[in-house]
Design a protein around this ligand. Structure first.
Ligand code: HEC
Ligand code: HEC
Ligand code: HEC
Ligand code: HEC
Ligand code: HEC
Ligand code: HEC
Length: 501
């Protein structure tokens, strides 16, 4: 069979060679991928279904480009018989064969590219792709995610959600992100809040049904004080999650905010949305609105008129549903409470927290510093213990190092105090951004700071001397350290920062 004359040029030859090699490579890798277990190799999918097919297409595209240049060249040197387009005569067996090969090739190519695009789609939507491809950049989020309640929810279920338009948008911004990583242009830490995060109605609410949270949940929070005995202090409370009932239409409790029968909007004056001087609620049935203004730093009419008003959704409280970087105080409490660290080691709570919270240039240097720090502390202060409790001390070191690895990422400058967590009010302003008792409406209503509005304390204290409540309204809060009554006026987060003073 004779090929058209214009195909004889080096560009088309190279294109053909590239395409054939890529095709062989594709078939080979595909067979390997199907029969060997490459599912755990994060780059496998990317190479097989994105990079190799791209090379294949590139090769195929070179062929007609080469032909075009060749045609132009032949025309210029005046070869008369060169026409712009080939004459196809299907009565000519040669032409019929060429046509057949061309059609068959095109069909195979089309089929391959459809298949590859589908696989490419699967790959780029996978957790391994999002979490490990740009390994250093995503390491903090990926690690925290694997230890979170959402470890089985794919990244894209929250970050992209359903629908074609968001799919395209995310791939476009994704392409920019790949560029940013390749050229080291990404910020450290990655700034939040993510401005273009999709509204919660279209992501969270695909799985969580706001009308379906109701009632309360009981939580037992275990604390250890930073004294020599690591005194245990428990708080047992009923958190009034609330929500709405589809039958009753009533909304109550904490999930009152979820826009079922009310809309809550606010203005934040800082980037991380931690300062909220202005709040407006709208009753969706009556249309009545109430505006609350902070008496501490009120906004003027002009500022309000120009400001961005944000409608509150799930993420304004659950801003860390899965990338949860735990404060050292919390992590050490948890390890002591679950006996991963022996609570009879004197002052281990405060030693552990101080070592975790210090600043280190890299993970390795931190792990060393933790080991040396704990050993040195007991050698200097409790030399007898280094023998008696050698085992407990080395277990404590291992556990503190685990805490560090899972929650601290000096390479990306990520740790708990970089990203505020808005659920609660102990270490960050959280609920007290609005519920500080200082947000008032013109007719004198106040956004409540009543300690029983959101939870009821049913037990608190040291295990031996637990105070237990039989009353439905629960116990009055007692602060574990004697600090007088200042906790009623101050924000908890004015003193509590997640580490020790
Ligand atoms: C349950 C939902 C959910 C899942 C699943 C999820 N994310 Fe997120 N992610 C969020 C939310 C919400 C924020 C926004 C935080 C903010 O704006 O304050 C966020 C923020 C981020 C950020 C910005 C930095 C930060 O820590 O806030 C990165 C990077 C990120 N996610 C990557 C990932 C990767 C990679 C995965 C999969 C391994 C993933 N996310 C899975 C909900 C999710
Ligand atoms: C693909 C489904 C899915 C999506 C999307 C999703 N979640 Fe979840 N979420 C779950 C599942 C499943 C659990 C329960 C995990 C368990 O109980 O082990 C859960 C648990 C939770 C919890 C309880 C956590 C705890 O400590 O027990 C919160 C809060 C939550 N999700 C908030 C959110 C928010 C906010 C978003 C949106 C950013 C979101 N979820 C998106 C499936 C999802
Ligand atoms: C005003 C703040 C706030 C808003 C807004 C909010 N939540 Fe919550 N949510 C809470 C608090 C506080 C809890 C109590 C549990 C806790 O402390 O983790 C909770 C609990 C939950 C739980 C666990 C419930 C259970 O019964 O186990 C889920 C799931 C959840 N929220 C999902 C959502 C979703 C989805 C949205 C948006 C539609 C949302 N939340 C909006 C504050 C909020
Ligand atoms: C952006 C401001 C804002 C934030 C942040 C906020 N709230 Fe609210 N909350 C309001 C407003 C406004 C009301 C309604 C006040 C009224 O009755 O007019 C309200 C009402 C409530 C109610 C009902 C009170 C009652 O008396 O019925 C509960 C419970 C509640 N919030 C819990 C929480 C919890 C828990 C958090 C933190 C996880 C939180 N809120 C964070 C603005 C906020
Ligand atoms: C607007 C709602 C709201 C108000 C008002 C409120 N709290 Fe809380 N509180 C929460 C939420 C939400 C949490 C987090 C629960 C969790 O850990 O899941 C919390 C947690 C706590 C904890 C446990 C902290 C921990 O991690 O062990 C204590 C103690 C507490 N609150 C005391 C108080 C006191 C005292 C007041 C009154 C000055 C108060 N709260 C007012 C919503 C509120
Ligand atoms: C004037 C400063 C101050 C204020 C305000 C304050 N605390 Fe504390 N709190 C302390 C000190 C100091 C300790 C002992 C050191 C430590 O454990 O952090 C402590 C310990 C605690 C502990 C045990 C801590 C742990 O390490 O596990 C809890 C729980 C606690 N406080 C809750 C609260 C709550 C809830 C509020 C707000 C209603 C609050 N505190 C307000 C100073 C304060």
């Amino acid at each position: 069979m004779k090929l058209p004359r214009v195909i004889h040029n080096w560009l088309s030859y190279i294109g053909t060679a590239i395409a054939i090699l890529a095709l062989i490579l594709f078939v080979f890798l595909f067979v390997l991928h199907t029969f060997a277990d490459t599912a755990q190799v994060p780059y496998a999918g990317l190479v097989i279904f994105i990079i190799v097919p791209t090379i294949l297409l590139f090769g195929v595209m070179l062929i007609p480009i080469g032909m075009f240049f060749e045609w132009r060249y032949l025309k210029r040197v005046g070869t008369a018989s060169i026409l712009r387009f080939p004459i196809i005569d299907l009565n000519n067996p040669q032409h019929r064969n060429a046509m057949f090969i061309f059609l068959l090739g095109s069909i195979i190519l089309l089929f391959l590219s459809a298949f590859s695009s589908y696989k490419a789609y699967e790959v780029t939507e996978s957790v391994a792709f999002c979490g490990t491809l740009c390994h250093n950049v995503m390491a903090p989020e990926y690690t925290a995610y694997q230890n979170s309640p959402h470890a089985r929810v794919r990244c894209v279920d929250c970050h992209v959600g359903p629908g074609a338009d968001w799919f395209v948008r995310s791939k476009l911004s994704g392409a920019y992100q790949v560029y940013a990583v390749l050229f080291n242009k990404y910020p450290q830490p990655i700034p939040v809040p993510i401005e273009n995060l999709r509204p919660a109605q279209e992501t969270c609410e695909q799985c969580h049904w706001p009308e379906r949270f109701f009632g309360a949940q009981q939580k037992k929070l275990i604390h250890f004080l930073p004294d020599e005995e690591n005194t245990r202090w428990e708080i047992n409370m009923l958190i009034k999650t609330g929500g709405g009932g589809p039958e009753t239409g009533l909304t109550e409790g904490i999930h009152w905010h979820m826009n079922i029968s009310n809309r809550v909007e606010y203005i934040a004056t800082d980037e991380k949305r931690q300062e909220i001087p202005w709040v407006r609620i709208t009753n969706l049935k009556t249309g009545k609105t109430t505006e609350y203004m902070s008496t501490e730093n009120p906004l003027s009419e002009e500022v309000i008129a120009r400001a961005d008003i944000r409608k509150m959704d799930c993420m304004d409280c659950h801003n860390r549903p899965t990338h949860i970087f735990r404060p050292p105080s919390y992590s050490v409490n948890l390890a002591l409470g679950t006996d991963k660290i022996d609570s009879t080691l004197p002052l281990i709570k405060s030693t552990g927290v101080h070592l975790l919270a210090a600043n280190y240039p890299s993970t390795d240097s931190a792990l060393n510093a933790i080991e040396n720090g704990v050993e040195k502390f007991y050698q200097e202060n409790y030399p007898k213990l280094t023998n008696d409790k050698e085992d407990a001390i080395s277990r404590a070191i291992v556990e503190l190092q685990n805490i560090y690895r899972n929650n601290f990422f000096p390479e990306m400058k990520v740790r708990w105090d970089i990203y505020p967590n808005n659920v609660g009010h102990l270490n960050f302003p959280g609920c007290f951004r609005c519920h500080d008792g200082l947000h008032k409406s013109v007719d004198g209503k106040v956004i409540t700071k009543d300690c029983t509005a959101c939870h009821t304390i049913i037990g608190q204290g040291r295990p031996q001397k637990m105070m237990i409540s039989m009353e439905p309204k629960g116990l009055a809060f007692q602060h574990p350290e004697d600090i007088g009554e200042v906790w009623q006026e101050m924000k908890c987060s004015d003193c509590h920062t997640g580490e020790l003073p």
